[in-house]
Write a new protein. Sequence first.
Length: 399
Amino acid sequence: MNRLSTSWGAYDLTRFPEDPRDQLRAWSAADAYLLRYLAGEDGGGETPVDLSGTVAVVGDRWGALTTSLAAHAHATVQITDSFLTREATRANLARASLAPDAARLSTTRDEPPARSSVDVLLVRVPKSLALLEDQLHRLAPALHAGSVVVGTGMVTEIHTSTLEAFERIVGPTRTSLARQKARLIFSTPAAGRSAESADSSPWPRSYVLDGDAGAGAGLTAVNHAGIFCAERLDIGTRFLLRHFPRIPRGARVVDLGCGNGILGAAAAVAGPGAEVTFIDESFQAVASAEETFRANAPEGAEAEFVAGDALDAVPPGSVDLVLNNPPFHSHQATTDATARRMFGGARAALRDGGELWVVGNRHLGYHVRLKRLFGNVEVVASDRKFVVLRAVKTQHAKR
């Protein structure tokens, strides 16, 4: 937990889920810079920004912006692609003694705000340019001539392409001076441009996997903006598809951290009667997985689609197979916290004799953690970059 001090108060903020080993902060210099600007303290703003109308906050990492604004702005709407962000925001609003409805929490897959209804649009620049463009397209119709549009990010996150996206989709754009390695982006909505923006996004996109994709060959992958490797099949997933497990008839399978869902779709095709659950913390990913499954699954195949944290939503001892290509980044930070939660959750969700199949970069050393959790680990395949590991749940495995 860490404290963010603003003109409107100080807030104790945390990431979600809380982990005492996690030393990463729940807010950044970019968040603080934007809040100072809104209060008329920094960034070239001579007077505070009028927050009496509807304020939409896009891409808030852990709810720092939403929590800080909720008690001050008249109507705050958070729009996020992250289940973890939404849960962190709920927790941080409660810590600030704010009512659960002090801010409206919506996702990138929900209906965007009504036309011309957003008076202030605040954008925490995401890692994915495609996600930024997609969300600006969706939100541009909600802007009006008097809307204030301000983006924020660390200097290393704001590129020429970032500014070009604001300029092309919203209107004339400029930047602030840098403060503590953070920068602000100011855009002025251009007359008439928003009317066509909602129909201009090129997402979702799809591609067909080639013959080198093993169990995925010939399948169609559907990708919404912002998911990992949306333009092409990532090489880790390709490696796992080339060394894919046998899928027993009627098996219960989880595609954990599903991304576009191609692993789960391959399992549904390979295992007659398999029941597949697709799980990701990204709402864009879950939407992609559902469309990928519909594009490939045999008639009568069953699936469930869950936006959540690891396997929290899966009953213990109910799964035969977990397929996992875990991320090792949380926004810009490198961390194995997500992989740890996924591996621990997989062990709890698997039946005795159930298997976890993991693909990862060799240097990450996942075999050490898996051996500790399961009491066993097998190297199914490896090359210079990747390794596919198999761990089996047994009654005597260590916790």
